[in-house]
Design a binder for this molecule. Structure first.
Ligand code: FAD
Ligand code: NAG
Ligand code: NAG
Length: 495
C-alpha cells in the first residue's frame, strides 16, 4: 500500500504540476487513513466521477483527488484530515445534479463522493427504509417497490439522493406526506470535527429540523432512516402542448389551487423557449392510484388537447425512470434559479405575466445562439404540504400548518459555450428580481412567508437567508461547526 501510494503521488507530481502541494498532501494523508478509497487525476475512476455532473460546465472543475468512502468511518477519516489541512478546499457530491459551481465540485481540492454508497433496505417492523446517500432515485425506488413501499424522493429518476434529501426535496407525494426531508427520522452523519453522530428526530427535534433543508452545512450524511408508505400502480407521465394552449393551461393550473386538489394528485408545469421562437409546455402528471381524478383543476388540465402524451397506469419506478429520459439527454451547461410565489386567488393572470417576462428576456438570446432551451417549472406547494411538515416536526424552511398555497419556480437554461455562463445566470436573476418586485402588488401588500426551496436555488442566491429561523439556524451551525469547516471551506448555501 505504502509503495503504491508513493507511486501514485510521484506520478501525480510529474503530470500535474498545477496542483497545490497542500491539496496533494491532504489526498496522500486520506489515502493512508482510508486505503484504496482515493483516486488521483490520472485514473479512470477519477475521470468517470468528474465527468458525471449533470451540467457539463462542472466537468472542467478538476479536484486534486476523489475520495470514494464506503462507510461513515471512511468519511470521518477524510474529515479529520481536512481539519488538519486548513488551506485545502473540499466538496461533497452525491448525484451531481446541483449545477452551481463549488456546491458539489472543487478545483484543486478534495472531492468526497458517495457514489460507492448506494441503495436502500426496507425494515418491515419499523416501516422505515435505511437509505445510503449515493446513487439516484432510479437506484432506490425500484429496490423499495419490490416490497410494495416507497419513500419521498425526486420526481425525476436521474436526480441524486444525497442532495435532494439534505436540501428539503419535493416529491410527487408531498401533498400527502410533506417534503422528502420531513420524513427522515434518523441520520447517521459525520460532523465537522469528524465524529460520527446518530441523530434521532425524537431525541433531538431542533437538530432534526435543521438537518431538513440545510444542505451540506451540518455534516456529511452517511445514512438516512426514512418513513415509507405503501405504493401500488400509479397514473402519470408527460404531455406536450403547443404554446397556443397557454391560456387554457394556466386557467386549469389556477383552478388546481382554487378548487383544492385531491392530495394524491401532483403536477409540474414546465414552459419552454427554444430556437426559432418555438415555445411549448410539458406537464408532468402524477396520481397516486391507477386512474386520474375526474374533477378539479387536474381533470381540467387533462381535457386540454395535447401534441404527444405518455400518461398511463404504470409502476412508480417506471414513471420516474421515464421522467428522467429527456433531462438525461441534455448535454449542456445549465443554470438553475428559484423564487417562491404565492397563490393569489384573484390573480389568475400572473403565470402568463411571468412567462411573458422571461420570454422577453431570453427568446432573442436563444434565437441568436441556437442553445437547446430555457424553461420555467411551476411547482405547486399547496397548503397541505406545510400541515404534513409540521406533523413530522418541521424543517429548516419553516413550513408550518398555517401556510398558504404557494408555488416554487425552477428557472433553468441550457447552453453550449462557457462565454455565455454569466449571461443566463443574469437573465434568470433579472426574472426573479422582477417577480419579487411584483409580489407586493399581486398580494396587495399582504405579508406572505415565501422561503426558497434550496434544491432549485442557484448561483448567488441566499437560500438559507429566506428561512424565517435564519438567525437560530446560523447560531446552531456555528455551535456545531465552530471552525467553519462546512461554512467556509466548501461551497453550498451557507448560514
Ligand atoms: C432534472 C432535475 C430534476 C429535479 N427534480 C427535483 C425534484 O423532483 N424535487 C426536488 O426537490 N428537487 C429536484 N431537483 C433539484 C435537486 O434536488 C437538486 O439539484 C439536488 O441538489 C440534487 O441532488 P444531487 O445529490 O444530485 O446533487 P449534488 O450536486 O451531488 O449535491 C447537491 C448538494 O447537496 C450536498 N450533499 C450531497 N450529498 C450530501 C450528503 N450525503 N451529506 C451532506 N450534503 C450532501 C452537496 O454537497 C451539494 O451542496 C431536480 C434537479 C434536476 C437537475
Ligand atoms: C450545442 O451543443 C449541442 C450538443 O453538443 C449540439 O447539438 C449543438 O449543435 C450545439 N449548438 C451550437 C450552436 O454549437
Ligand atoms: C442572507 O440573508 C440573511 C437574512 O436576510 C442575511 O442576514 C445574510 O447576511 C445574507 N447572507 C449573504 C451572504 O448575503
Amino acid at each position: 500500500m505504502q509503495a503504491s501510494c508513493a507511486r501514485v503521488m510521484a506520478l501525480a507530481t510529474l503530470v500535474l504540476g498545477s496542483l497545490s502541494p497542500e491539496a496533494l498532501d491532504a489526498c496522500k494523508a486520506i489515502s493512508s487513513a482510508a486505503p484504496g478509497r482515493v483516486a488521483m487525476q490520472s485514473s479512470l475512476q477519477y475521470n468517470k466521477e468528474v465527468n458525471s455532473y449533470w451540467s457539463i460546465a462542472l466537468h472542467d472543475v478538476r479536484p486534486a483527488c476523489v475520495v470514494f468512502p464506503k462507510s461513515a468511518t471512511d468519511i470521518s477519516a477524510a474529515v479529520k484530515i481536512l481539519n488538519k489541512h486548513e488551506k485545502v478546499r473540499f466538496a461533497v457530491k452525491s448525484g451531481g445534479h446541483s449545477v452551481t459551481p463549488t456546491h458539489s465540485s472543487v478545483e484543486d481540492g478534495v472531492l468526497i463522493t458517495t457514489s460507492a454508497m448506494v441503495g436502500a433496505t426496507f425494515d418491515k417492523e419499523r416501516m422505515v427504509a435505511y437509505v445510503k446517500p449515493g446513487g439516484k432515485w432510479n437506484d432506490v425506488i425500484p429496490m423499495l417497490e419490490k416490497s410494495g413501499v416507497t419513500m419521498l424522493g425526486g420526481r425525476i429518476g436521474i436526480v441524486g439522493v444525497g442532495g435532494l434529501l439534505t436540501q428539503g426535496g419535493i416529491s410527487f407525494l408531498s401533498s400527502q406526506y410533506g417534503l422528502a426531508a420531513d420524513n427522515i427520522v434518523e441520520w447517521e452523519i459525520v460532523m465537522a470535527d469528524g465524529s460520527i453522530k446518530r441523530v434521532k428526530a425524537e431525541e433531538e427535534p431542533e437538530l432534526a429540523r435543521a438537518l431538513r433543508g440545510s444542505g451540506n452545512q451540518f455534516g456529511i450524511v452517511s445514512q438516512f432512516t426514512t418513513n415509507v408508505y405503501p405504493i401500488g400502480k400509479v397514473w402519470g407521465g408527460t404531455r406536450l402542448y403547443a404554446a397556443d394552449k397557454a391560456s387554457q393551461i394556466f386557467d386549469a393550473y389556477h383552478n388546481t389551487f382554487k378548487k383544492g386538489e385531491d392530495t394524491k394528485a401532483a403536477i409540474i408545469l414546465s414552459t419552454f423557449w427554444s430556437p426559432f421562437n418555438v415555445q411549448f409546455f410539458i406537464i408532468f402528471y402524477f396520481y397516486d392510484g391507477p386512474f386520474p381524478p375526474t374533477s378539479g383543476g387536474f381533470a381540467q388540465l387533462l381535457n386540454i388537447p395535447y401534441t404527444t402524451s405518455t400518461t398511463r397506469t404504470q409502476s412508480y419506478s417506471n414513471l420516474l425512470r421515464e421522467n428522467g429520459e429527456l433531462p438525461d439527454a441534455l448535454k449542456a451547461r445549465i443554470s438553475f434559479h428559484t423564487t417562491t410565489v404565492p397563490y393569489v386567488p384573484d390573480r389568475p393572470d400572473i403565470y402568463e405575466e411571468i412567462r411573458a417576462k422571461f420570454g422577453s428576456l431570453t427568446q432573442h438570446e436563444i434565437n441568436q445562439r441556437l442553445i437547446p432551451e430555457c424553461s420555467i417549472s411551476f411547482e405547486p406547494i399547496p397548503a397541505t404540504v406545510g400541515k404534513q411538515s409540521e406533523k413530522r416536526g418541521g424543517n429548516a424552511l419553516g413550513l408550518t400548518a398555517d401556510d398558504p398555497d404557494r408555488m416554487m419556480l425552477a428557472i433553468e437554461c441550457a447552453w453550449n459555450l462557457s462565454s455565455d455562463d454569466d449571461l443566463f445566470v443574469r437573465l434568470s436573476e433579472e426574472l426573479t428580481d422582477w417577480i419579487e418586485e411584483q409580489i407586493p402588488e399581486w398580494t396587495k401588500g399582504r405579508d406572505i412567508y415565501l422561503p426558497y426551496l434550496m434544491n432549485d436555488a442557484g448561483k448567488g442566491q441566499n437560500a438559507t437567508g429566506t428561512y424565517r429561523d435564519f438567525g437560530k439556524l446560523k447560531a446552531l451551525q456555528a455551535e456545531l461547526d465552530p471552525n467553519g469547516l462546512f461554512r467556509t471551506r466548501t461551497g453550498g448555501f451557507s448560514y
